[in-house]
Ligand binder design. Structure first.
Ligand code: HAM
Length: 419
């Protein structure tokens, strides 16, 4: 039987991998413009980190984790997200005792066991940023402005930024009570999941994807009305900073996010055109997370973007216009192959992207190969050329040909590529 990739995973082959390079480049450059530096954490962590960090009642922890016991019976989990790992690393390396805020970015694979569909995979990739050690609303605004700048640089205009405040534990406690009393009389109409969790974590009911649950709780009290003065003020300042910096957003009372660590600002970005899985990114502030992971009581704020979803949203083909290599060395007579290889090596050592055939193609076949690679120039090497110590350079666009001596070749090619 043929072995295939596991369900919900996929291979990235060229030319698709070039799109990934393009995306990764923009993400890195933009994060660095904003003063964020890269952190790389392991792909797996102790299961407890996510149970404590992300929250045991969340879908991610209760249903979607790839958890396994290693040979020493330790419970390990393939990371479902990056924020808890960053908090762990911050504590483990006492990074909080240096210059604050600590501003990190990361990108790489994450793992969630969910039903695969377009835009939803079991191994997917996130780019994320986390800023630890500031409670300022301008810090929240900075990460949101960074997110929007990324979309702008990618040429993605048709997005919606949804914003809400989920308050602090104090105002959330009051809200919980209100919500529970609203849900209690209609609890039998809820899906089995919500019936089980509404008393423990009623906010999960708001986040349920089941239409019947939404219908049952219609008219529920909104969190915004329960915010304490401090949380209300923080939210107002974030909103003002966004408006001052021309970032448009939609205040969304229904936005509660599916991870437990959020406090105050929460946001999500949707691109409606990419299908049912339209959330390209989300994030928010998480003031209790570092403490819950065993560190000092410092706040943080960040977001993560789903890289597959960004790629779905990007216009087809734009960044693929460049050829795979610039120059092709075509050997017209096999006996000169050794000279062809030497020329190729010289070109590459000079930093010129170049290639040749290795499958014994005819001269005509080699020129077809050169065309398919999208080269700008071909170097032709036949008997005449070798006997008279030159090469023929063919401009593949204008079809003009030049006779160039070996010594001048590199300079000639470099000049020609730039022109
Ligand atoms: P999240 O909303 O769970 O947040 O994920 C962020 C983004 O990852 C989503 O908006 C989506 O684009 C992408 N994503 C999530 N699951 C999948 C999947 N199964 N397949 C494809 N893409 C997916 C977090 O993970 C938080 N750690 C974000 C954060 C950082 N909050 C603060 N700092």
């Amino acid at each position: 039987m043929q072995i295939k990739v596991p369900r919900g995973t996929y291979d990235i082959l060229p030319p698709q991998s070039s799109k990934w390079h393009y995306l990764e480049k923009i993400l890195r450059e933009t994060a660095e413009v904003f003063g964020y530096r890269e952190i790389r954490t392991p792909i797996f962590e102790h299961t407890e980190l996510f149970e404590r960090g992300v929250g045991e009642s969340t879908d991610i922890v209760s249903k979607e984790m790839y958890t396994f016991a290693d040979k020493s019976e330790r419970s390990l989990t393939l990371r479902p997200e990056g924020t808890a790992s960053c908090a762990r690393a911050l504590i483990e390396h006492s990074a909080y005792s240096g210059l604050l805020p600590v501003k990190w970015y990361y990108m790489g694979p994450m793992f969630r066991y969910d039903r695969p569909e377009t835009g939803r995979y079991r191994q997917f990739h996130q780019f994320g940023v986390e800023a630890f050690g500031s409670l300022s609303p301008y810090m929240d605004a900075e990460v949101i402005i960074l997110l929007v700048e990324i979309l702008h640089r990618l040429g993605l205009k048709d997005y919606e930024l949804h914003l809400n405040s989920v308050g602090c534990p104090k105002c959330r406690r009051a809200y919980r009570e209100k919500l529970i009393s609203h849900i209690k009389p209609v609890k039998d109409l809820l899906c089995p999941d919500c019936q089980g969790r509404y008393e423990k974590n009623p906010l999960r009911v708001l986040d349920c994807k089941n239409e019947a649950c939404h219908a049952a709780i219609k008219g529920y009290p909104v969190l915004y009305d329960s915010l304490c003065d401090e949380c209300r003020e923080h939210y107002a300042e974030v909103r003002k900073a966004l408006s001052d910096n021309q970032v448009s957003y939609i205040h969304d009372d229904n936005l509660v996010r599916g991870l437990d660590y959020y406090t105050n600002t929460a946001f999500e970005v949707h691109i409606p055109g990419i299908g049912a899985q339209s959330a390209v990114g989300g994030g928010g502030r998480y003031n209790g997370l570092v403490k819950a992971c065993g560190g000092p009581d410092i706040g943080g704020v960040g977001f993560a973007l789903g890289m597959e979803r960004l790629l779905l949203a990007l216009a087809e083909g734009e960044e693929e216009k460049a050829g795979i290599v610039d120059v092709f060395v075509a050997v017209m007579d096999r006996q000169y192959e050794d000279i062809g290889v030497k020329i190729l090596t010289d070109l590459r050592r000079a930093g010129i992207k170049a290639d040749k055939d290795y499958t014994g193609k005819s001269p005509k076949g080699q020129m077809k190969h050169a065309d398919k690679l999208g080269v700008k120039m071909a170097i032709l090497l036949g008997e005449d050329e070798v006997k008279n110590s030159f090469v023929t350079v063919r401009d593949m666009i204008s079809k003009e040909q030049y006779q160039v001596g070996h010594r001048e070749l590199i300079d000639f090619i470099k000049r020609h590529i730039k022109a």
